[in-house]
Design a protein around this ligand. Structure first.
Ligand code: ZN
Length: 133
C-alpha cells in the first residue's frame, strides 16, 4: 500500500520528481561538468532532444552552461573531441554514462578530476616536492 501511495504521489507531482532527478544527476559528479570539470549548472542531453534524445539518466549529464550552450545540438562525443579541455578519461566516462554504467563513469571522472580527492593528493604531492628539492 505504501509503495503504491508513493508512486501515486510522484505521479501527481511531476515537478517534484523532476527536481529530485536533476539533483541526483548533479550529485553523481559532485556537481561538476562532465565535459570540463567546472561547476555544473545545467543538465545536458547527450543525444539532443531535437534528434530524439530522451530525458533519461543515461542521456542526461551534468554540464556547465558554457559547455551546454557551446555544444548546442551537436553529438556530444564529436563536439567534445574538439575541445581544448578534451580528456580521454572523460570521453570514456561519457561513453560509460551513455551505456548506463554510472559507477564506471564516476570512477573515470574521479580519475580525470583530482579535485575529488583534493586533500589526500595535495599532501602527497607537497611531500614529494619537498623531498625532491
Ligand atoms: Zn563544462
Amino acid at each position: 500500500m505504501h509503495i503504491n501511495d508513493a508512486v501515486f504521489l510522484e505521479d501527481l507531482c511531476p515537478k517534484f520528481r523532476l527536481r529530485q532527478w536533476r539533483k541526483s544527476i548533479h550529485k553523481f559528479t559532485g556537481k561538476s561538468c562532465i565535459y570540463c570539470g567546472k561547476p555544473s549548472e545545467s543538465i545536458d542531453h547527450v543525444l539532443p532532444r531535437s534528434q530524439g534524445g530522451l530525458s533519461t539518466t543515461e542521456n542526461c549529464v551534468p554540464a556547465c552552461l558554457s559547455c551546454n550552450g557551446d555544444k548546442s545540438d551537436e553529438n556530444a562525443l564529436h563536439w567534445y573531441r574538439r575541445q581544448k579541455f578534451y580528456d580521454p578519461r572523460r570521453a570514456m566516462a561519457i561513453r560509460a554514462w551513455l551505456e548506463g554504467d554510472l559507477r564506471l563513469a564516476i570512477r573515470l571522472l574521479q580519475w580525470a578530476n583530482p579535485n575529488f580527492r583534493e586533500n589526500n593528493i595535495d599532501k602527497k604531492q607537497k611531500e614529494t616536492k619537498y623531498k625532491a628539492a
